[in-house]
Design a protein around this ligand. Structure first.
Ligand code: GP9
Ligand code: MN
Length: 638
C-alpha cells in the first residue's frame, strides 16, 4: 500500500495552498503597511508557519479518514476566520478582538452592511478549501500519511521550530512586540492572524480573571489614601479659566533639555523659549514624564486620569474597556464638546476603543486629513499640515470644547526633508540625536503657526493652551552622543532621571500671572491642575496627582519603575541622591547610602510603591465600575 503514497501528502499541500491564500489576503486585501524588506519577509513566512502548525497536527490521527476529516474542517474553519476578519476589516479597518466580537453595537453595524462588504470574487478565497475537500475525499489512500511515532514527533518539532523562528524574527523587527501589546496590525503582520487570535484570547482571559476576583471593598483603603494625598487648599488659580476652551497639545518626544538651549550656536525652540517667562504662560521646568511601555498612550492615560500606566504592556490596549472617570467625561458633564486630533491610524494604541471609554465625543484620525506625498513624512502627516488642516474643524466646533492634539513629526527616527530643515543637524556619532534637533525645531515652528492660526480664527482669546512633551525621544542607546552634547563626561543614573523631564506649558491668554514654576511635578498632576483651573468639581474623584498651583502637595513624583524625584532627593537604581547637587547621600563613614532604613529616601519609596500598587489595583480590578463619581453639590469649590 505504501508504494502508492505520493511524496506530497495532503497536509503539505494544504499548508502550501492555505499559506499562499493567506499571504494574498494579507498582502492585497488588508492594507498592512510594510516599511522594509524584513517586514515583507516576515509577512510572507508567517502564513506558512501557522498553516503548518495546524495541518501538521493531522499526522497524529491513526485512521486515514480522521486525518482527512481534520484537514477538511481545519481548512474550512481557518478560511472562515480569515474571511470574517476580512469582512470586518472592510468595515472597521481593524482586526477582530474577542471583546469586540461580543460587543453588540459593532456587530450590529456590521450586520446591516454585511452584504455590501462581501464581494463576488471572495468565493475564490474558498478555492483551496474546495481542492483540499476534493483530494481528502477522493485521494485519501495516496495522500494520507502513516508516520511512525518518530515521524510524528519530528513533524511537531518542525512546526514548533518554525513558529519559534517566526517569533524570533518578529521580535528582532519589533522588540518587545508582545509585552508592549502594540497595535493589532503589528501583531498580525508579525505573527499572523491565527497566532494573533490566540494571543488576544490569552490576554482576554488574564484580564477577565483579575477583574472577576476584584471586589468593591478594595476601594475603601485606596480612597482613604487618595484623600490624604490630594491638595486641600484653594490656589489663586482656582477657576481662573472657567468656561474657556481647553486645547491640549501632546508633543511627540519633546524633552526639556532643548528648551532655552542651542545647537550649532542656534536656538532650537525659539517659539517655546518665547513662552518661557511670558506673562500669560506658566512653564514647569521640573516636570517629569512617567510613561512605560505604552509611550504616547501612557502619557495620554496619565493626563486624562491621573492614574499610573501599567508596569508592562500598554493600559490603552490591555484595559481599553474599563470604567474611567477621565477628563473628557468630567468636561462633558460641564457642557464641553470633547475630541482628539491625531493623524494616525485610529486603532494604533487601541485609541479608537480607549477614547470611547474615556468619554470622547469625536476622534479625528488619519481619515479626517488629506495626505499627499509632499505633506507626509515618516509616521504620516507633517505637523504644520496637521495643525493647518485642523483649524476648519475647530472653527465649526461647538464651544466650549476640549480638544487634544497629538503631533507626529518629531518621532524617532526623526526624518525630515531638507526643505523643512531650518537648523542643521548636530554632529555626533548618533544620527538619532543629530536629527532630533531639526525635527524639534520643525515642530516648534508648527506650534508657532498654530498659535497664529488660532488667533486668526478667533479661537485663541477664549481658550487656554497646554503644551506637554509626551516622553523622551533620545533613549539610553544614544547617551554617549548625549553626554557630548551636554558637555558631560558621562550620563550618570542621576542625569538619566533628570533627562526624563519634559516641558509643560500652561498658556492662559490675558492671565498676566505667568511665571516659571520649578516645583517637582509630573504628568500625573495634569488632570487635577487643569480641572481646578477650569472649575470642575473633582472632590469625589479618585486620582494620584496634585494641583500644581497648590501649596499643599505630596512633594514627590513617582516614576513607573519605582524610582522617584522628591523635593530633596532622587532615588534610582537603589541609590539615594541629593536632588540639587546630584551627589549620592553619604554615610558618616563615606559609603553611599543604599536604600535601607537609614536612607532619607526610604519613607518616600514606601509611599511610591504603595501608590503604584493602588493604581494598578484600580486598573486590574476595573474598580471604578463600583464607584459613583457624581459630585455632591453643584457649587462645591474643590
Ligand atoms: C502613534 C504616535 C506615536 O500614533 O502616538 O506613538 P509612540 O511610538 O510615541 O508611542
Ligand atoms: Mn510618542
Amino acid at each position: 500500500m505504501n508504494s502508492k503514497r505520493t511524496k506530497l501528502p495532503l497536509y503539505i499541500i494544504a499548508t502550501l495552498l492555505f499559506g499562499i491564500k493567506t499571504y494574498i489576503i494579507y498582502r492585497f486585501m488588508f492594507s498592512i503597511e510594510l516599511d522594509n524588506s524584513m517586514q515583507e519577509l516576515i509577512l510572507f513566512i508567517n502564513p506558512f508557519v501557522s498553516a503548518f502548525l495546524v495541518f501538521g497536527l493531522s499526522v497524529w490521527f491513526q485512521k486515514q479518514s480522521r486525518q482527512m476529516k481534520f484537514l477538511r474542517y481545519t481548512a474550512l474553519i481557518g478560511t472562515l476566520i480569515l474571511y470574517f476578519n476580512l469582512v470586518f476589516y472592510r468595515s472597521f479597518s481593524d482586526f477582530i478582538t474577542i471583546p469586540q466580537l461580543f460587543q453588540g453595537s459593532n456587530m450590529g453595524d456590521l450586520g446591516s452592511s454585511i452584504l455590501t462588504l462581501m464581494k463576488v470574487y471572495d468565493i475564490l478565497l474558498f478555492a483551496d478549501v474546495a481542492i483540499i475537500w476534493y483530494l481528502s475525499k477522493k485521494k485519501q489512500d495516496v495522500m494520507a500519511v502513516r508516520y511512525p511515532k518518530s515521524g510524528k514527533v519530528f513533524a511537531l518539532a518542525m512546526s514548533f521550530l518554525l513558529v519559534a523562528g517566526n517569533f524570533f524574527l518578529a521580535e528582532m523587527e519589533r522588540p518587545q512586540l508582545f509585552t508592549r501589546a502594540f497595535d493589532r496590525e503589528y501583531l498580525v503582520k508579525n505573527i499572523g492572524i491565527f497566532n494573533y487570535h490566540i494571543y488576544d484570547a490569552v490576554m482576554q482571559s488574564k484580564v477577565k480573571t483579575k477583574r472577576v476576583f476584584a471586589d468593591e471593598n478594595e476601594l475603601t483603603e485606596i480612597k482613604e489614601y487618595v484623600n490624604n494625598s490630594k491638595s486641600k487648599d484653594k490656589s489663586n488659580m482656582f477657576r481662573a479659566a472657567e468656561g474657556k476652551n481647553l486645547i491640549f497639545i501632546s508633543v511627540e518626544s519633546l524633552q526639556s533639555f532643548v528648551i532655552n538651549n542651542k545647537v550649532n550656536g542656534e536656538e532650537i525652540t525659539p517659539f517655546l523659549n518665547s513662552l518661557v517667562g511670558d506673562e500669560d504662560t506658566f512653564y514647569f521646568n521640573n516636570f517629569y514624564q512617567q510613561t512605560m511601555q505604552g509611550r504616547t498612550s501612557d502619557s495620554e492615560f496619565l493626563v486624562e486620569n491621573s492614574l499610573y500606566p501599567l508596569p508592562r504592556g500598554a493600559v490603552f490596549f490591555t484595559h481599553g474597556r474599563n470604567e474611567y472617570n477621565a477628563m473628557p467625561e468630567l468636561l462633558k458633564n460641564k457642557g464641553y464638546y470633547t475630541s482628539v486630533f491625531h493623524a494616525n491610524n485610529k486603532s494604533f494604541w487601541n485609541r479608537d476603543q480607549m477614547y470611547n471609554s474615556l468619554g470622547y465625543d469625536q476622534f479625528y484620525g488619519e481619515d479626517s486629513f488629506e495626505e499627499t506625498a509632499e505633506n507626509t513624512i515618516g509616521w504620516g502627516l507633517k505637523d504644520k499640515a496637521f495643525f493647518e488642516q485642523s483649524i476648519k474643524y475647530l472653527q465649526s466646533m461647538e464651544q466650549p470644547f476640549y480638544t487634544k492634539f497629538i503631533t507626529l513629526t518629531n518621532h524617532f527616527p526623526f526624518n525630515l526633508e531638507e526643505e523643512d530643515r531650518t537648523i542643521e543637524p548636530y554632529d555626533s556619532g548618533s544620527a538619532t540625536l543629530n536629527n532630533y534637533f531639526p525635527t524639534v525645531r520643525y515642530t516648534d515652528e508648527a506650534l508657532k503657526q498654530f498659535f497664529k492660526q488660532l488667533k486668526d480664527a478667533g479661537i485663541y482669546e477664549d481658550s487656554i493652551i497646554v503644551i506637554m512633551g509626551d516622553h523622551y525621544g533620545i533613549s539610553e542607546n544614544h547617551y554617549k552622543a548625549m553626554s557630548q552634547y551636554l558637555g558631560k563626561e558621562e550620563i550618570t543614573p542621576y542625569d538619566h532621571i533628570q533627562l526624563q523631564r519634559v516641558p509643560l506649558f500652561i498658556h492662559i491668554p490675558g492671565s498676566g500671572k505667568g511665571k516659571v514654576m520649578s516645583k517637582v511635578a509630573g504628568q500625573i498632576d495634569v488632570k487635577p491642575t487643569l480641572m481646578k483651573l477650569l472649575g470642575v468639581d473633582i472632590k469625589n474623584d479618585i486620582y494620584f496627582g496634585n494641583d500644581l498651583f497648590s501649596e499643599d502637595r505630596k512633594g514627590y513624583v513617582a516614576l513607573r519603575n519605582g524610582d522617584f524625584i522628591s523635593d530633596n532627593y532622587i532615588s534610582t537604581e537603589g541609590v539615594c541622591y541629593n536632588r540639587q547637587t546630584g551627589d549620592p547621600i553619604e554615610k558618616a563613614n563615606d559609603s553611599v547610602v543604599k536604600e535601607t532604613t537609614e536612607s532619607p529616601c526610604n519613607p518616600i519609596k514606601d509611599k511610591v510603591l504603595k501608590e503604584l500598587g493602588y493604581s494598578d489595583a484600580i486598573i486590574y480590578g476595573d474598580l471604578f465600575r463600583f464607584e459613583d463619581f457624581e459630585p455632591e453639590t453643584n457649587d462645591s469649590d474643590s
